[in-house]
Design a protein around this ligand. Structure first.
Ligand SMILES: O=C(O)c1cc(C(=O)O)c2c(n1)C(=O)C(=O)c1cc(C(=O)O)[nH]c1-2
Length: 249
């Protein structure tokens, strides 16, 4: 972005290009932990630690969407956004994204009760995810919607992840990774809507800067979750007190 208060606002296409440039530079597909995960360089315990920590992100996404839903001013916007709650929570027990994430942690050999208790979370996972939920609760609707735009970039990383994990890990099966398949259609649908909203509503230089900052913030949330995993589980001996500890192999 230009940075000067005197510059004219960007056109919608220029704004979209600036948003995509943030993803190209800062999305978590570039993080060394994800590269290691997708290239088969992690052991089973490190993959377990990733899935257990990511469970907290998944489990808080519906709460994040519910706080935004409550603030949306029109039935049209609420109808659009409430689909996300159903995608994640399902509409019956055992359905929806959070339940599917638990099938992933089951498939990796983690106890459900342990995962759901959140006792083994890294502190930084909690701080990062809570910061995202708080951001969406406290900021403008425009910034809250813009912060979901990392999903513009998630189909690529999900495709890489599924292919890479199936190729490299004998403890991973297509059933274990079933979480990701519906995301390949849900994420583009959701991000198309969010992108159209942002293109339409971020008109002033200040609003445009705010949406660019919101997307940068969200990239930082995802990046710092992986920093924490990398620090604790890839460099040995740095697991914080109380966090998930791999069983001896
Ligand atoms: O696997 C991934 O790398 C990835 C990334 C993201 C994202 O970019 O925020 C989401 C998801 N997955 C995901 O599964 C998901 O449900 C989701 C919801 C949101 C959001 O911000 O509302 N992001 C993401």
């Amino acid at each position: 972005m230009t940075g000067s208060p005197l510059s004219p606002p960007l056109s919608p296409d220029e704004l979209e290009a600036a948003l995509r440039a943030i993803g190209a530079a800062r999305y978590h597909n570039l993080h060394p932990f994800h590269r290691a995960l997708h290239d088969g360089r992690l052991n089973r315990a490190q993959v377990q630690a990733w899935a257990l920590n990511r469970y907290y992100y998944q489990s808080r996404i519906p709460a994040k969407d519910a706080t935004l839903l409550a603030r949306l001013p029109t039935a049209e916007l609420r109808r659009e956004w409430r689909r996300r709650l159903v995608d994640h929570d399902g509409d019956a027990p055992g359905t929806g994204g959070v339940a599917r994430w638990l099938k992933l942690t089951d498939g990796l050999g983690l106890e459900r009760a342990e995962v759901e208790s959140l006792k083994g979370l890294l502190p930084a996972t909690r701080f990062a995810v809570d910061a995202y939920v708080d951001f969406v609760r406290d900021r403008s609707i425009l910034e809250a919607i813009a912060s979901s735009l990392t999903e513009l970039f998630s189909p690529t990383i999900i495709s890489e992840r599924v292919a890479g994990m199936l190729r490299h890990y004998d403890f991973v099966t297509p059933e274990t990774l079933a979480y990701f398949q519906p995301r390949l259609t849900q994420a583009p649908r959701d991000s198309d809507f969010a992108l159209a909203y942002v293109r339409d509503h971020a008109r002033t230089v200040q609003e445009q800067q705010a949406v660019l900052d919101a997307l940068t913030f969200k990239c930082d949330v995802l990046w710092s979750m992986l920093d924490a995993l990398d620090y604790a589980y890839v460099s040995p001996g740095r697991i914080p007190p109380g966090a998930f500890r791999p069983l001896p192999a």
